[in-house]
Write a protein that binds this ligand. Structure first.
Ligand code: PGA
Length: 252
């Protein structure tokens, strides 16, 4: 059975003290009321080592929001997958649309990042999704298929077992516009079909596919009710424990 997952993506929010307070409050909330799904928080690099001390031994998994496309060396300002792993983190988000569009991360660069993350024992939350114009032109399936093929299709089925997919229509991220649950299900079912073709039926059955884009407590239950939606990747609503917990509780 594939995992149900609610993952938070803090993006570039929260200084260290604020992040520690948020993680501590979340830990208390989930200790008092255990989740019915896996819970992950993905934080800025500078939080990881400290937050790992808070989440260790709890139900909360920890991830980074990015890692370098190089293993090590003279790459000033970069943070490698090995460094992420050494903090105690277990996950890394790769391919987020903000990284693709603002920082020019191509399918080729993302392929390197995915390979390094997996080689260092991290699970990858790999984001895919179309922009508004692509959806309006009816090209969303084509775009998402190319994103999958461009960065993941050289993996073995064994490596692919450490990939979590996150379908995030770019037009829904941070906009308050959510995909309808039917739009999400259509795309998630399409993605699962593509994964079946490439990696086989078992891999497709086992891969968790999260929805992301203006997910909140009021719409999470409806979106998560669809058979191919295995949880959410949550931006804005992950910054307040009440909202994030509200989404986690959609699995109850
Ligand atoms: P949002 O962001 O929930 O704020 O729309 C989701 C994401 O970008 O991962």
């Amino acid at each position: 059975m594939r995992k149900k997952i609610v993952a938070g993506n803090w993006k570039m929010n929260m200084n260290l003290q604020e992040g520690v307070a948020l993680a501590t409050e979340l830990k208390a909330a989930l200790a008092a009321d255990a989740p019915a799904c896996d819970v992950v928080i993905c934080t800025p690099f500078i939080h990881l080592a400290t937050v790992a001390g808070i989440t260790e031994g709890t139900v909360i998994g920890l991830g980074a929001e990015n890692c370098a496309d190089k293993a090590k060396g003279a790459y000033t300002g970069e943070v490698s997958a090995e460094m992420v792993k050494s903090t105690g983190a277990q996950y890394v988000i790769l391919g987020h649309s903000e990284r693709r569009s603002y920082y020019g991360e191509t399918a080729e660069i993302l392929k390197e990042k995915v390979n390094l993350a997996l080689a260092n024992g991290l699970k990858v939350i790999f984001c895919i999704g179309e922009v508004k114009e692509e959806r309006e032109a009816g090209k969303q399936n084509e775009v998402v298929a190319a994103q999958l093929a461009g960065s993941l299709y050289e993996l073995t089925a064994e490596q692919f077992a450490n990939i979590i997919l996150a379908y995030e229509p770019v037009w829904a991220i941070g906009t308050g516009l959510t995909a309808t649950s039917d739009q999400a299900e259509d795309m998630h079912a399409f993605i699962r079909g593509e994964i079946a073709k490439q990696f086989g039926a078992e891999a497709a059955e086992n891969v968790s596919i999260l929805y992301g884009g203006s997910c909140k407590p009021s719409n999470a239950k409806e979106i998560f009710s669809k058979p191919d939606v295995d949880g959410g990747l949550i931006g804005g609503a992950a910054l307040k424990v009440a909202d994030f917990k509200g989404i986690i509780d959609a699995w109850k």
